[in-house]
Ligand binder design. Structure first.
Ligand code: DHB
Ligand code: FE
Length: 284
C-alpha cells in the first residue's frame, strides 16, 4: 500500500531561487531562512518519498488572467519551467505520475469538484523553488510530481473551506491509491505578503502565528476568515495560505508537527517553513 509520509509547507519566493543559484545559504540575510530546512532534509533523507503532490498557485506562467481555472490538476508525463522574468531558471525537469494524477482527478470529480485537467503544463516558482529547497543536492529530482494549482491570483478565489475540502478529497485519493509509493504533500507560498499597491510590504505576524498555531491541529480555525478577510489580514498574496490549507487537508492520518521556522522578511514576505508527519489511521 502507498503511504502519505507527511507534509512540507514552505514559502516559494523567487528570490530564494536566486539565492540558491548564488550559494548565499550562509549569508546573514538568508541563513535564518535556510536553517529552517535542516529538519526537512533529515526527514526526506529518512523517509525517501517517491512522489510529491504539490499544492501551489500558478503566477502567470501556465495560466494567465484570460484563462484562470479555480483548480487545475497536472496529469502530464513530464513538466518543465520556463522563464518567468524573475531572473531564475535552470531548474531540472520534473517527471510526472499520470496514473496517480488521474486517480486523484477521478476522486475529486467524484466528490463534485470540477478541476481543469492538464496533460501538458508548465510549472513556475511555486513548484521549482520548494523543490530546490527540499532536495538541494539532487542531480535529478528523486520524486515524481503531481502538481495541483489553486487560483490565488484572480478574484473570485475559492474559499478556505473549499481549499481544505479539495485537499481532503485528494487525501482520500492518496489513501486509496493501490501503488506502493511513499507520498509527501507540499503546500507552497505565503505567509503574509503583499507585493504591490499602497500596502506593498504588508506583513501580519499575528495572523501568521495564528495560522502556524492552528493549521496542524485545527485547520478549520483558518476557515473562519473568507478570502477577502485574508487579503485584509495577510495581504493580497497572503491568500496563498489556501495552498497550505489544501495540503493540510490531504494529510488524512494522525498528524504531528516536527518543526517550524518563521522569519521576517524574505523579500516582501513573512517566510515560513512547517514540517508535519502523517501516520495513517486504521479505518474500522
Ligand atoms: C514574492 C513572493 C511570492 O509569493 C511570489 O510569488 C513572488 C515574489 C516576494 O516576496 O518577492
Ligand atoms: Fe507567490
Amino acid at each position: 500500500m502507498s503511504e502519505i509520509v507527511g507534509g512540507i509547507f514552505t514559502s516559494h519566493v523567487p528570490g530564494i531561487g536566486a539565492a540558491i543559484a548564488k550559494g548565499l545559504q550562509q549569508d546573514p540575510y538568508w541563513k535564518p531562512f535556510f536553517d529552517g530546512f535542516v529538519p526537512v532534509h533529515q526527514f526526506l533523507e529518512r523517509e525517501k518519498p517517491d512522489v510529491a503532490v504539490v499544492f501551489y498557485n500558478d503566477h502567470g506562467l501556465n495560466f494567465f488572467l484570460d484563462k484562470m481555472p479555480t483548480f487545475a490538476i497536472g496529469a502530464a508525463a513530464d513538466y518543465r519551467h520556463e522563464d518567468e522574468g524573475w531572473g531564475i531558471g535552470g531548474f531540472k525537469p520534473f517527471v510526472g505520475h499520470p496514473a496517480l494524477s488521474w486517480h486523484i482527478i477521478e476522486q475529486v470529480v467524484g466528490d463534485e469538484f470540477d478541476p481543469v485537467t492538464c496533460q501538458s503544463m508548465l510549472v513556475d516558482h511555486g513548484v521549482c523553488v520548494p523543490f530546490e529547497l527540499c532536495w538541494p543536492d539532487a542531480k535529478a529530482w528523486p520524486v515524481k510530481l503531481v502538481p495541483i494549482c489553486i487560483n490565488t491570483v484572480q478574484h473570485p478565489l475559492p474559499s478556505p473551506k473549499r481549499a481544505l475540502a479539495l485537499g481532503r478529497s485528494v487525501g482520500k485519493a492518496l489513501e486509496s491509491w493501490p501503488g506502493d509509493e511513499k507520498i509527501v504533500v507540499l503546500g507552497t507560498g505565503g505567509l503574509s505578503h503583499q507585493l504591490d499597491g499602497e500596502r506593498a510590504g504588508h506583513i501580519n505576524v499575528d495572523y501568521d502565528k495564528f495560522c502556524l498555531r492552528n493549521i496542524v491541529a485545527d485547520p478549520e480555525a483558518l476557515t473562519q476568515h473568507d478570502t477577502l478577510d485574508i487579503v485584509e489580514l495577510a495581504g493580497s498574496q497572503g491568500v496563498e495560505i489556501l495552498n497550505w490549507l489544501a495540503a493540510r487537508g490531504a494529510l488524512t492520518g494522525s498528524v504531528r508537527e516536527l518543526a517550524h521556522n518563521y522569519h521576517v522578511p524574505i523579500s516582501n514576505t513573512a517566510a515560513a517553513t512547517l514540517l508535519v508527519e502523517n501516520h495513517a489511521t486504521v479505518h474500522a
